[in-house]
Design a protein around this ligand. Structure first.
Ligand code: PLP
Length: 384
């Protein structure tokens, strides 16, 4: 009997085990996982150090709730702020919760520090965005399927084209009460869209000139995915609020957060303004801290950059229309739907997923040159 809500149309493979870049299905067939849990499994499946840390913490303490304090949360906050140059931090669980939290912070900051009347705060977002699936977040999605049937939608959002800083500037000129710009350093779900090189430098300046917060959603781009610790580094800028998630839990536990990079934004929140039963739980903190260590010890950021550059160059060499940065790559499909290509790649032993007209390739950041070779061979067979 199938009791499942019908919200996904998965690639037909039933996975029972995973180690490193490889997963095994119920028949015992091995596949190279080049989706990596939508970029959450950057460290590879069941990384031994992460599993060990999780088991050790599970035997000690898993959940306190924020009604009480835990020294592990202080340690995690400290490590996170040092690693990502943050001044204040707020832990949550999913990426969407991180985004929701950033929206609340920006709105309250706008009222308290910028003097915008409560209820009139506006946040500018981009066409083709993907920030999650909650009611407020889908309210500003440009994908009608994501919104349709879920009204009434949350007001207070303006959409501008991605990669066009002049359009962003114009939106600010013609609208009052704008408190923040929420944007991805590289659009993932929207089709692996890379903005022009100077886009974020311009955006940063425009935000500064207009006293508007720059909120970078690094839920997917963060932690080495684009070949940089944070996606913002590719543009030489620093966000005001940074949202992290996915790989932050090492592919083992859900954990997300909002980082205040200035230290004068998140302080608008007081007790009772926000919360989460599981946010910042000891188990997630323990695993997440080891995930940061592994990222550094195993040079995952450098590997992402090196493997990603090689893969992208080889794909272009094959004549394919491919784009991305680091190990966040999209390949346009010349004939048929991108799902058809994903199904054929599955038959070749490669797991990937389609998103908005591209085959999305986001393998674990531990992927080796040999495994990239296997991926390229399969792509050559399917795209020929
Ligand atoms: N933000 C970005 C950029 C994402 O890619 C995603 C998920 O794909 C999210 C937010 C939502 O994260 P979650 O699925 O953990 O809620």
């Amino acid at each position: 009997m199938n009791n499942r809500a019908n919200i996904y149309d998965p690639i037909p493979v039933k996975i029972v085990e995973g180690h490193g870049c490889w997963v095994t299905d119920i028949t015992g067939r091995a596949y190279l996982d080049c989706l990596a849990g939508y970029s959450a499994v950057s460290h590879g499946h069941c990384h031994p150090k992460l599993v060990k840390a999780a088991i050790a913490q599970m035997n000690r303490l898993c959940l306190t709730s924020r009604a009480f304090d835990s020294p592990l949360l202080y340690a995690w906050e400290d490590k996170m702020c040092k690693t990502f140059d943050g001044k204040m931090i707020l832990p949550m669980n999913s990426g969407a919760e991180g985004v929701e939290t950033a929206i609340k912070i920006a709105r309250k900051w706008g009222m308290v520090k910028k003097g915008v009347t409560d209820g009139t705060q506006k946040i500018i977002v981009c066409d083709g965005n993907f920030h999650g699936r909650t009611t407020t977040i889908i309210s500003f999605s440009s994908n009608t399927n994501y919104r349709s049937g879920f009204g009434p939608l949350t007001p207070g959002f303006l959409t501008v084209p991605y990669g066009d800083h002049n359009a962003f500037c114009r939106a600010l000129r013609y609208n009052s009460g704008v408190v923040a710009f929420l944007v991805e350093p590289l659009q993932g779900e929207g089709g692996m869209n890379v903005p022009p090189d100077d886009y974020f430098t311009e955006v940063r300046n425009i935000c500064d000139e207009n006293d508007v917060l720059l909120i970078l959603d690094e839920v997917q781009t963060g932690l080495g995915r684009t070949g940089y610790v944070l996606g913002e580094e590719a543009y030489g800028i620093k966000a005001d609020l940074t949202i992290l998630g996915k790989a932050l839990g090492g592919g083992i536990v859900p954990i997300s957060c909002v980082l205040d990079r200035r230290g004068t934004i998140m302080d608008v929140l007081g007790p009772g303004d926000h919360g989460s039963t599981w946010g910042g739980n000891p188990l997630a903190c323990a695993v997440s801290m080891v995930a940061l260590d592994v990222l550094r010890e195993e040079n995952l950021v450098m590997n992402s950059k090196a493997m990603g550059s090689y893969l992208l160059a080889e794909l272009k060499e094959m004549g394919l229309n491919a784009r991305g940065r680091g190990l966040m790559i999209g390949i346009e499909t010349p004939l048929g739907t991108s799902r058809d290509y994903c199904l054929k790649l599955k038959d070749q032993g490669i797991l990937v997923k389609d998103s908005h007209g591209v085959v999305r390739v986001t393998p674990p950041l531990i992927i080796t040159l040999h495994e990239i070779g296997l991926l390229l061979e399969a792509i050559r067979n399917v795209f020929k």
